[in-house]
Design a protein around this ligand. Structure first.
Ligand code: GDP
Length: 336
């Protein structure tokens, strides 16, 4: 084991100088379930923190097929052409089931994958949302320390993962299609409400007219939401990711947003609030998993459940007994 021990300090130094293999290796440590790796990962993240603030973090969501990969390819390539360094990460807790529904298929990011100013990392598979989210959040910090100034975080627009991505990004971009109702697209009101911009993609060919109408409808819908804390009024843009149309306008919109929120301090406040949020999230998650993995709790949980179902005990009594048992027998396991 000693022989395999990696030199964490040297790794950190190389990472901060922008060495991609070191960045990849550090992210692998973050994703590892091995306790020694986790300790090393914590050291690395901590050392990277001071270098991690010169960036913008953009969340990108939309149902499968809307064109996220195609858009990220076009947008990422554009950003590198104006001198930016772009990292693409994913929050996709479903990937173990769907065998990599996002970022798994990199064929639509053919150019970006080869671009030396871009870094693409699919999400860790087979993980709970909490696990993937934490790893993605820590990976953001490492990418930023390695000099990536634009971080794109992709997620599939079907569930809880949007909220997680929203709480780790500065700007939230929703990709949509014209012609299908919101219900059909599975876009929930809550997700619309989080969006700082809605892109109507595939605004090309026969679809262009529909897209223009959809833009008007969407604009009207967005105006019905209360003004955001950022004081930013969400915008709707027409894009054809496939034909590379409207891409520059997306960046101009983002620049306008960042100008506003940096001037009115929302940018910094929001990031501070996000840090506080993730502190609590991490504690909640670790306490929960620690509780349910406790051997004593496990031994009595089923019988407690039966007792509650048979009305022999009240849920409150049973819960208190289990919590008391946990308190008596718990050992805090850093591996969780
Ligand atoms: P994702 O599942 O959201 O990542 O979607 P993909 O990027 O894989 O795109 C799904 C399909 O839509 C592919 O066949 C793309 O070529 C196509 N597509 C993506 N963007 C556009 C676009 O702007 N116009 C047209 N016509 N097709 C597009």
């Amino acid at each position: 084991f000693r022989k395999k021990k990696i030199d964490v300090d040297a790794l950190i130094q190389r990472l901060i100088q922008g060495d991609i293999p070191s960045l990849s290796k550090a992210i692998t440590l973050i994703e590892s379930t091995n306790i020694a790796h986790k300790e090393q990962a914590n050291l690395i993240v901590q050392a990277c923190l001071p270098y991690a603030n010169n960036s913008v973090r953009i969340g990108i969501t939309g149902v499968p097929g809307v064109g996220k990969s195609t858009f990220i390819e076009a947008f990422g390539t554009y950003l590198t052409s104006i001198g930016k360094k772009v990292a693409v990460l994913a929050v996709d807790p479903s990937s173990s089931i769907s065998k990599g529904s996002i970022l798994g298929d990199k064929t639509r990011m053919e150019d970006l994958v080869k671009n030396k100013n871009a870094f693409i990392r699919p999400s860790a598979s087979g993980e709970s949302l909490g696990g993937v989210s934490r790893k993605t959040r820590e990976s953001i910090i490492l990418c930023e320390a390695a000099g990536f100034d634009i971080i794109l975080i992709e997620t599939v627009g079907v569930g809880q993962s949007e909220t997680a991505v929203h709480s780790m990004t500065d700007f939230f971009l929703l990709l949509n299609l014209a012609g299908a109702g919101d219900e059909l697209q599975g876009i929930k009101r809550g997700i619309m409400e989080m969006a700082d911009a809605v892109i109507i993609n595939k605004a090309d060919g026969d679809n262009l007219k529909h897209a223009q109408n959809a833009k008007l409808d969407m604009n009207r819908a967005l105006h019905l939401f209360p003004l955001k804390d950022s004081k930013w009024q969400p915008k709707v843009l027409l894009v054809s990711a496939f034909y590379n149309k409207g891409i520059e306008e997306v960046w101009q919109l983002l620049e306008a947003y960042f100008k506003l929120v940096k001037a009115n301090n929302f940018f910094e406040e929001n990031r501070n609030n996000q840090n506080a949020y993730w502190l609590k999230e991490t504690i909640n998650e670790q306490l929960l998993s620690n509780f349910y993995q406790n051997t004593e709790v496990n031994r009595y949980l089923q019988s407690a459940e039966r007792a509650v179902q048979n009305n022999e005990k009240s849920p409150f009594t049973a819960a208190n007994e289990l919590l008391a048992l946990y308190k008596e027998h718990h050992t805090f396991n850093k591996n969780e």
